[in-house]
Every structure is written in C-alpha cells, then in structure tokens.
Design a protein around this ligand. Structure first.
Ligand SMILES: [Zn+2]
Length: 129
C-alpha cells in the first residue's frame, strides 16, 4: 500500500457550488494521476473540506461514490478532514479562528479580515495498493 500525497488541486467552493462539479473535478485529477500508475488499485481518498466551502459533506460523498462506481473504482474509502475557517487581520496581522460570525478582529477590533483557510475542498492524497 502506498500513500501518495498530492495536495495539487484546490477546489474553490465559492466558484463550484455544486458538490457534483467538485466531485467531477476530483475525478479528473484521479484519472490523470491513476493513468500514470499502472496496475494500482485505488483504495482511499483523503479530502479536506473547508468549513466555509459551502460544500455539504454527505452530498459530496454521495456524488463521489456515484462517479467512482461509474468509473469502476469499487470499495474506495472516502475520508474527510474539516479545515476550520481561519482569518487574518490586515491591520494587526492577528490570525486565528473567530468565535462568532461578527467579522471583527479580536485583537484590534479592525474589520478588515481576510480568509486564509477554510474556503476550499482539497484532494490531499490517494491511497493505492
Ligand atoms: Zn487586528
């Protein structure tokens, strides 16, 4: 068994709102990666799901299951890890999670916060045997 760390593709949840389009994007990457690995059987996918991606985990899982079965990949385990929403203040450079949905910096009360993590769905890696 081998674990391949990919971390090559990030799907922006803001642009691809539908779980099926995200799943299709993941499948495209899988096809191109697996075509370079002769006689390997795909056993698992590791995904990270941003808290702010707007992607529903169960729907994405269902879409992937469907596409995997269509492509004759059977028995593939899909693992999710949640990426928490992380913000950065452009005034004082504070970084962290917000306790509430008020987009205010807890350090300087500035309101110019950028999202630095938690917006995307990322294919972190695949496992083959
Ligand atoms: Zn601040």
């Amino acid at each position: 068994m081998a674990i391949l760390c990919l971390r090559v593709l990030t799907f922006d949840g803001a642009q691809t709102v539908h779980e099926m389009s995200v799943a299709t994007g993941i499948m495209n990457v899988l096809h191109s990666k697996l075509s370079k690995l002769a006689s390997c059987r795909l056993t698992a996918l590791q995904l990270s799901l941003g808290e702010l991606s707007g992607i529903d985990r169960d729907s994405l899982c269902f879409a992937l299951d469907t596409l995997l079965a269509d492509a004759d990949y059977n028995g593939v385990e899909i693992r999710f890890e949640l990426t928490p929403a992380t913000f950065k203040c452009s005034v004082c450079n504070w970084q962290g999670r917000l306790e509430s949905f008020a987009l205010t910096c807890p350090e300087c009360a500035g309101q110019d916060l950028d999202i630095i993590a938690g917006q995307d769905v990322t294919l972190e890696g695949i496992e083959v045997e």
